[in-house]
Design a protein around this ligand. Structure first.
Ligand code: BGC
Length: 347
């Protein structure tokens, strides 16, 4: 044999051995089985959904799953995306619902094809076909935001009365209601005994809600409140905001039309801008829901689903149709005094 044919033969052998051993990192983990498809369909109502989607996709892909990730702005678009995902026959569909109440029919279609559905961060309501919920305890998040106001304004032990204003999220998002209810559990007694006052008089969920979690809607409402109620120099001590994007809208409005002492503003998501505002004393707190935590929970469930095993949950959440096995992750409260020490997971 000529020397070049010897080299060629050797090279081909090495290639064959590598191929048989399945050297592509991902293939190795599914031990030669064909990759399994997972659809991830998320809302796009804040920056945090994008971070969560990418983290979830990376986590699943590192384990050998093939992920189709899609973001939708409207409930109709998401229902359409869900129906086309069903046609691709993934082993599971993970949904961060645009509208917690609008996916009943699409989920029935998934169930017909025996595709399980995991509700991510927002529970999907009124459908018997939600296999699991993975996320955070939204009511407790609302309580945590209100407790931060309680501490900042010394509501428990100082006399006098403080003015606060309340912002809530999108009524289509079940979390928005839970954030509001949790916060009200803490704030309502102070509203009743006069320790806090809401000068706008807008306290119900309906009056304080922000359709579509839209920054523009929140800014318009904040502008209106500041012009109508605070133009005479009345001080505003705190603003209950359910997340960082709405807190940003409130800050913008305050910058433009308020000159009193800066209020304590709550937030959620540890968006880079929210964390910068906490560092600069322009936002009182935020709450980090590290995307890696629900991503790991989902991975565990997706592995079980792939192995056709059911996962047992200690907690269940009733969605109006069934008790959904729920897996809660633990959020991290971020304030200026622990900003340096918390394990902050985002860039
Ligand atoms: C999520 C929040 C998010 C909000 C707006 C909620 O359902 O829990 O983290 O800020 O939606 O997108």
């Amino acid at each position: 044999m000529k020397r070049w044919t010897v080299w060629l033969t050797l090279a081909l052998c090495v290639l064959a051995v590598l191929t048989l051993a399945g050297c592509g990192g991902n293939d190795k983990k599914v031990s030669g089985k064909p990759p399994r498809a997972v659809s991830v369909l998320f809302a796009e109502s804040s920056e945090s959904w994008r971070r969560n989607g990418l983290a979830l996709r990376d986590t699943l892909e590192k384990d050998g799953f093939v992920v189709d990730l899609e973001f939708s702005r409207t409930a109709d678009k998401q229902a359409e995306a869900l129906l086309s995902a069903v046609k691709k026959k993934p082993i599971t569909i993970i949904v961060g619902a645009v509208d917690s109440y609008a996916l009943k029919d699409a989920l029935a279609e998934a169930a017909k094809h025996e595709i399980s559905v995991i509700a991510y961060d927002r529970l999907i309501m009124n459908s018997p076909h939600v296999s699991y919920y993975v996320g955070f305890d939204a009511k407790e998040i609302g309580r945590t935001q209100a407790r931060a106001i309680e501490r900042a304004l010394h509501l428990k032990n100082a006399f006098g009365s403080d003015n606060i204003e309340i912002f809530a999220g999108d009524p289509k998002d079940r979390n928005a209601v839970l954030f509001y209810e949790g916060a009200m559990e803490i704030l309502k007694p102070y509203m009743e005994n006069g320790r806090i006052v809401v000068p706008s008089g807008e306290t119900s969920f309906d009056r304080t809600a922000t359709a579509d979690w839209s920054v523009q809607n929140a800014k318009q409402r904040a502008d209106r409140l500041l012009q109508n109620v605070y133009a005479d120099g009345r001080p505003l001590s705190a603003v209950l905001s359910p997340n960082d994007t709405l807190a940003g809208a409130v800050r913008e409005s305050l910058d433009a039309s308020y000159s009193g002492p800066w209020p304590f503003i709550t937030g959620l998501d540890a968006d880079p801008e929210g964390v910068r505002a906490v560092a600069a004393d322009r936002q009182g707190m935020t709450i980090d829901k590290p995307p890696s935590l629900p991503a790991q929970e989902c991975l565990r469930l997706v592995r079980d689903i792939a192995a056709r095993q059911a996962a047992a949950a200690k907690v269940k959440e009733y969605n109006g149709a069934v008790e959904v096995p729920a897996f809660y992750c633990r959020p991290i409260v971020i304030q200026k005094d622990n900003l340096e020490s918390v394990h902050w997971t985002q860039p």
